[in-house]
Design a protein around this ligand. Structure first.
Ligand SMILES: [Zn+2]
Length: 312
């Protein structure tokens, strides 16, 4: 039996509609909430959620799926990480404010109408237009029952790399889920204002695998590939190593690459071509976030290095 499908707009109280699609299965089961487009320049998740809605519409679903393909419509239209209306990053203002600025109101509506009462949250991101990341599934590993479930689900997603964070950063959709005891995952991919087919497939099959683990879908999950897990590190791109100077960024390594102490990651040249700075890895680890855009100003985020991944 195919699920019933209902489309609606979240009530942000500000004239900004946030489209939601609800798929209700014919039998009882958990409610899975799925977000994409929290950042307006991350098209991978947006396409994946739209694709998942079409796929799930043909499947025998248990329980409910609530899908938000474009969580921050003004940022999506502007193709930017932050909203052009108030300059805010939706992933820093959760749980939001019902009488606040446009982005704060969107956060509140998503927290109240989508995350609240769900049994699972999956928030699909990517590196965005100006940065690169390896494909991975992340979760908060904080010793709670919901984080233990999230760990199982993050492994079940089936990405080759998993990131377990020991702290919950404030302001995220995942922090709302954590405060309500809801298992939550996020996904990152390579960005660059591209949607790569193999990554789109990984996002799509990963979410279906998680829904199979949750019991929303009857079929068994696919066997994951060899997987590695990163334990530790905040995963907050605002904590990146930054450019030491204005100039042009030259990168010497790719996102996902292993680094040792002293590995050259980036150098910086000025308008005369003189070397004006470099970034070397402070230790053993893996490059999880790397700037693509060559034009830099002093203080711009360039690279985030995580502890080295371990075999699972
Ligand atoms: Zn994002």
């Amino acid at each position: 039996v195919k699920p019933r499908i209902a489309q609606r707009q979240l009530d942000t109280g500000s004239g900004i509609g946030v489209p939601a699609v609800e798929l209700a299965g014919s039998s009882d089961g958990p409610t899975a909430a799925m977000l994409a487009g929290v950042h307006g320049d991350e098209d991978e998740g947006i396409v994946a959620v739209r694709r998942l809605v079409h796929l799930l519409a043909q499947m025998d679903l248990r329980g409910r799926v609530v899908a938000i393909p474009v969580a921050n419509p003004p940022a999506f239209v502007a193709r930017s990480r932050t909203s052009p209306l108030d300059g805010l990053n939706l992933a820093r203002v959760f749980p939001g404010e019902a009488t606040g600025s446009p982005t704060e109101r969107i956060a509140r509506a998503i927290a109240d109408e989508v995350i609240h009462g769900a049994d699972l949250l999956i928030d699909l991101h990517s590196a965005g237009a100006g940065f690169a990341m390896p494909l991975f599934c992340g979760f908060h590993d904080v010793g709670t029952p919901s984080s233990a479930t999230a760990r199982e689900l993050a492994i079940g997603f089936g990405a080759p790399l998993i990131w377990a964070h020991p702290l919950i950063s404030p302001g995220r959709s995942l922090s709302v889920a954590a405060s309500e005891g809801i298992p939550a995952l996020y996904v990152e991919g390579s960005g660059g204002a591209q949607v790569r087919g193999p990554e789109l497939d990984a996002y799509t099959s990963g979410v279906l695998n998680v829904l199979r683990h949750m019991g929303n879908l009857d079929e068994p999950a696919t066997d994951p590939p060899a997987q590695r897990i990163i334990r530790g590190g905040v995963g907050d791109v605002d904590a990146s190593l930054t450019s030491p100077a204005d100039g042009t960024l030259v990168t010497w390594i790719d996102a996902g690459a292993p680094v040792e102490e002293g590995t050259l990651i980036a150098s910086f040249v000025d308008a005369e071509g003189e070397l004006v700075g470099e970034i070397r890895s402070p230790g053993h680890g893996i490059v999880m976030f790397l700037r693509r855009d060559a034009r830099v100003r002093r203080g711009d985020p360039v690279v985030l290095i995580a502890p080295p991944p371990e075999e699972i």
